[in-house]
Design a protein around this ligand. Sequence first.
Ligand SMILES: Nc1ncnc2c1ncn2[C@@H]1O[C@H](COP(=O)(O)OP(=O)(O)OP(=O)(O)O)[C@@H](O)[C@H]1O
Length: 474
Amino acid sequence: MRKRLKMRVQGADGACPAPLQGFEELHERYKCGRRLLERMREANFKEPTPIQRQAVPILCSGSELLAIAPTGSGKTLAFLLPIIMKLGTHEEGGARALLLAPTKELAGQSARILRILSRGVSGLKSCLLTKATAGNDFSKVDIVVATPMRLKILLQHDKIDLSKVLYLVLDEADKLFEMGFVEQIDAVVAACDNKDVTRALFSATLPEKVEELARSVMARPIRLTVGERNSASNTISQRMVFCGHEAGKLLALRQIIREGIKPPVIIFTQSKERAKHLAKELTGDGLHIGLIHAEMSDSKREEQVDRFRMGETWVLIATDLMARGMDFVGVSTVINFDFPGSPTSYIHRIGRSGRAGRPGAAITFFTEEDAQRGDLKPIANVMKNSGCEVPEWMLNHTGEKGLRRRKRKDGKEDNPRRAPLDMPMGADPKVYAPDKKKRKKTPRKKNDDEAMPPLPKKWKGKSKSKEKKEKEKK
Ligand SMILES: Nc1ncnc2c1ncn2[C@@H]1O[C@H](COP(=O)(O)OP(=O)(O)OP(=O)(O)O)[C@@H](O)[C@H]1O
């Protein structure tokens, strides 16, 4: 079965459990309750996807796991099922499973699926860590879903005990291990110090360097790969559209819309400024436009996600904030209005369509400057590897000396300077492009999740560890 489903297992020393034939087998093999199986059927999960067939038995057997499978291939259920099955029923005394995700939206989405699956099934209590829930009593919760920064601050204030955690899952693991998050991840991994903890890392992409880092927090994991490493889902048809210069992009977009495009659609820009500008340009075109970026308040972001999910908005203009993990049913097309900064970013952005085996489409705009920066070749290679036709010149085009995109020291993607969307045709982009040096800097948080609320008054008392020490003294 592994060969047929393009699954590869490494590091198991011949001890990898057999893949599942079907969900029913979970009852015989792992005593999965009938109600959970029923709930899955109700949710239309009839047959396991390849990653679920193999990852669920690995996690149920207690092995640590590094799982890499394409976008939209069902990784969420692959880590939620073993947790729900293994934790059984509600217990007080501290969280026994912890899910980490890089964005609030993704954490919220996983928490939502967890609630749907476990409601009325096991009595397990889960909590999504947000500003509003940060003061909760986590000793009464079985499963915590969080972003790393928020959790690290709770740990620093001694407001959560992770020593009972038996399952630690890092979703979109490569993003979590990017510079900026490493310190928080280290703190969380160190706090999950139960000797029986099982750690699992999931993503659609795992660059080799990041894999080394990821392995440093695990003990002899099994490495499971489904499909080709670092490739796009093969249900997405992909094409690039040449727009000349920045000014040509709006024209190209309106042309595509005029030709008829089926909603829902997601359009990615490289920055919140450009997302806002594009939304303004398209308002009045008769489209139902949504907009989401990291500068918005939590409630606004939530509202935008909900409206898009319910079909109230047809076109969601977004930054890379929405590129990871978000699952909107039936997104027909993803448009990369601004060229993605890396193949990883490309794979995740376009992976918002073509999910759960459905067909999807991705259109990527490029300008002469994108080609000069040498950005085309890596993306063209991803397209070719997933079976799309790509012109030969793109696969060989390495950009122009002196104009190539520079790599930042911290490994993060650097956004190139782009002329504004409303620049007149034929105008000199250098005149219109904002000068980086002169651009007014607004004070920015290191990353979005650092917006931690001040400690509620009731926390200002003794920390748990201080209380413990005092008790021990007595
Ligand atoms: N066994 C199944 N049968 C049918 N649909 C499924 C099954 N498992 C998951 N799905 C559906 O597939 C879609 C994608 O699942 P999920 O969000 O878990 O993908 P993913 O692999 O985590 O993607 P990404 O890499 O983008 O985060 C969801 O809509 C989910 O409901």
